[in-house]
Design a protein around this ligand. Structure first.
Ligand code: NAD
Length: 487
């Protein structure tokens, strides 16, 4: 059976999904297929009235369905049915995601969608297991911490992993007893809409999952500033995260989970397995065309092995075959848009003008889609633009060090602290790295997430506030109330 398909075939239903129904909206934003540049659909932009309609639907559904007050196992069971439907409809979801995005059909089926269904199961199972606490007090009283859902959570997701990000937001919010109004990226809304429809099919009461389409400045702003949105959960760039903080501060105070940008280092010590390190580094920057928040884009290698590492990397990064995401033979993703590819190229050119030497790539690919050659730059100082800025494309920098302290100093980024990779066979050095690097995730002798959903993800510094995944994400969707009873 082939997974390849005709990109004109899927039906892209473009409308908002409110109270279990599609609400039409005029397509205002043109949508292009990044694999070949063709315009194929349009995205409506919800203004304040549509956002308000979605929030009211969410509040009404919470009131009428008993979602937050029922026996928690009922939430678990409904969400398990939803996860099963996601698995069952994986091919359709993958097609809806693959055409507008940079995700490849084979990776979606085996990866993103299967993992999202698992993560929804993970959160569903927490609903009747995670609770409050009885706390030690003096013997004349009884102390408790009870937890409650917030109400309506406003979620906003990026385009780089649309289904996964929607699962990360909706899974814990729903399991914890909330309703959700989610705004997906205006570039990739269709798979999220279908997920929402499947939630109703699974028996999650209509109105608990609402999707509003539109851009950040109009729809996103209306959502984060809505007085009845009790909590904001955002994944996207650090710039948009700051704009959201400012908007929330202007319109009221509410808790926020912010999963933002990164510029993650990968340190290769002289005692590392160089073949393993090269393989992990190349995969991390090639995956989704380098468009992952945790892309390990800054390689910091001991001077004695940097030459061998660079040779291995240039080999592993060469010979990528660009192609449509809907062709299962394709293994290399385009940039999301012509604008993003031009930005990547502009940053590479600026880095070269600041002294960077090109070991590979640094060119747009000769292809109708928005492809950029995997690029390796060396001879870059710590303040070179390619080291400082999140490129969000297939661009690696290579810096060298002599001492461990120098490596840790180079790894420290003034702005970001999302993830880091460390390659060493010396267990003490590896453990010292954990204490020496300021990042929310450290991977040692590997790079990238596993399917251990219990491990939370989130950033230090301007890479974010709070965590997605793990128990942390569930608890971030409930607020606590302290109770003290005098006996
Ligand atoms: P983006 O910030 O441009 O957009 C993300 C989402 O926010 C979109 O839905 C967009 O419409 C919306 N948005 C933009 N401005 C807004 C505003 N002022 N108010 C409300 N909503 C607004 O990011 P992107 O280009 O879609 O995604 C790439 C970025 O996301 C990268 O910086 C990447 O590192 C980051 N990211 C982080 C994680 C993580 O877990 N830390 C995961 C994936 C992506």
């Amino acid at each position: 059976m082939t997974l390849s398909f005709d990109p004109a075939k899927p039906e892209f239903r473009s409308g908002h999904f409110i109270g279990g129904e599609f609400v039409a909206g005029a397509p205002e934003l043109a949508m292009h297929r990044p694999s070949d540049g063709a315009e194929f659909a349009g995205c409506p932009v919800a203004g304040e009235a549509i956002v308000d309609q979605a929030v009211i639907a969410a509040k009404d559904a919470l009131k009428s369905s008993g979602w937050s007050t029922c026996r928690p196992r009922e939430r678990t069971n409904a969400m398990l049915r939803w996860a099963d439907l996601i698995d069952k409809n994986a091919e359709e979801l993958a097609r809806l995601e693959c055409v507008p995005s940079t995700r490849l059909i084979n990776q979606l089926i085996a990866g993103d969608i299967a993992v999202t269904a698992e993560q929804i199961r993970f959160f569903a199972e927490l609903a009747d297991k995670e609770g409050g606490d009885v706390v030690p007090t003096d013997s004349g009283s009884f102390g408790m911490i009870v937890t409650e859902p917030y109400g309506v959570v406003g979620a906003i997701t990026p385009w780089n992993f649309p289904i996964s990000m929607a699962g990360w937001k909706m899974g814990p919010a729903l399991a914890a007893g909330n309703a959700v109004v989610l705004k997906p990226s205006e570039m990739t809304p269709f798979s999220t809409l279908r997920m929402a429809e499947l939630s109703v099919e699974a028996g999650i009461p209509a109105g608990l999952v609402n999707i509003v389409l539109g851009d950040g400045p109009v729809t996103g702003n209306a959502l984060t500033g809505h007085p009845d949105i009790a909590k904001v959960s955002f994944t996207g760039s650090t710039g948009a995260g700051s704009a959201i903080m400012a908007n929330v501060a202007r319109t009221g105070i509410k808790p926020m989970t912010l999963e933002l940008g990164g510029k993650s280092p990968q340190i290769v010590f002289a005692d590392a397995d160089i073949a393993l390190a090269a393989d992990c580094i190349a995969r991390s920057i090639l995956f989704n065309g380098g468009q992952a928040c945790v892309a390990g884009s800054r390689v910091i290698a001991h001077a004695s092995i940097a030459g061998e590492l660079a040779e291995r990397l240039t080999t592993l990064m060469s010979g990528q075959k660009p192609g449509p995401g809907w062709d299962e033979a394709t293994t290399y993703s385009p940039c999301i848009s012509a604008r993003q590819r031009a930005r990547v190229h502009g940053l590479v050119q600026a880095a070269i003008s600041e002294g960077a030497e090109v070991l590979a790539g640094a060119r747009e690919m000769d292809h109708p889609g928005y492809f950029y050659e995997p690029t390796l730059l060396t001879n870059v100082s710590q303040d070179n633009i390619a080291v400082r800025e999140e490129v969000f494309g297939p661009v690696l920098t290579l810096q060298t060090f002599e001492s461990d302290e120098e490596a840790f100093a180079l790894a420290d980024h003034p702005t970001y602290g999302l993830a880091a990779g460390v390659y060493s066979r010396d267990v003490s050095r590896a453990l010292r790295s954990i204490k020496s690097i300021a990042a929310g995730t450290i991977w040692i002798n590997r790079y990238g997430r596993s399917r251990d959903h219990i491990l939370p993800t989130g950033g230090y510094k301007s890479s974010g506030i709070g965590k997605d995944l793990g128990r942390d994400a569930y608890h971030a969707n409930r607020r606590s109330k302290s109770v003290l009873i005098d006996l």
